[in-house]
Design a protein around this ligand. Structure first.
Ligand code: ZN
Length: 140
């Protein structure tokens, strides 16, 4: 399976879903607080189709940096939700996937078949992976 391929179940209805996730992720990305170069936005959908967003918030003590995915996931949990159906990350990068720590957070709340997408520019076609593709040997 190539890195841009999407399985059949992922494709169904995915276009509209990812369009709204991408729009929200690019919008919240504007609020990113960065000391480095990369603003990141993230939007996720829960199993009940509620959307939560987050941006990266960097700290002068860089070990305190909050990544956009963790921000969105924390907001989801703070709002009483705990199941991620799909999550999209927006950043001006050619290729980008959540870092290992963020994948740990995603895997903790991912439902079976959870999708992880990346948008490299507003309005572009997102690259869509399954969480399984990115973490094929993750312990369950
Ligand atoms: Zn991260």
């Amino acid at each position: 399976m190539g890195k841009n391929s999407v399985n059949d179940s992922a494709q169904t209805g995915a276009t509209e879903t990812f369009r709204s996730l991408a729009e929200a992720a690019w919008a919240v990305r504007e609020n990113a607080y960065i000391l480095g170069k990369t603003k990141v936005g993230c939007a996720l959908l829960t199993s009940g189709n509620k959307m939560f967003v987050g941006c990266n918030v960097e700290h002068r003590f860089r070990s305190h940096d909050v990544h956009a995915e963790v921000n969105a996931i924390s907001t989801m949990v703070a709002n009483g939700e705990q199941e991620i159906r799909c999550i999209l990350v927006a950043a001006e990068r050619n290729n980008f996937t959540p870092c290992g720590a963020c994948m740990d957070w995603i895997m903790q709340f991912a439902v079976k078949g959870c999708l992880v997408a990346f948008s490299s520019s507003p309005g572009s076609e997102p690259t869509i992976y399954t969480a399984e593709q990115l973490m094929p040997y993750y312990p369950h």
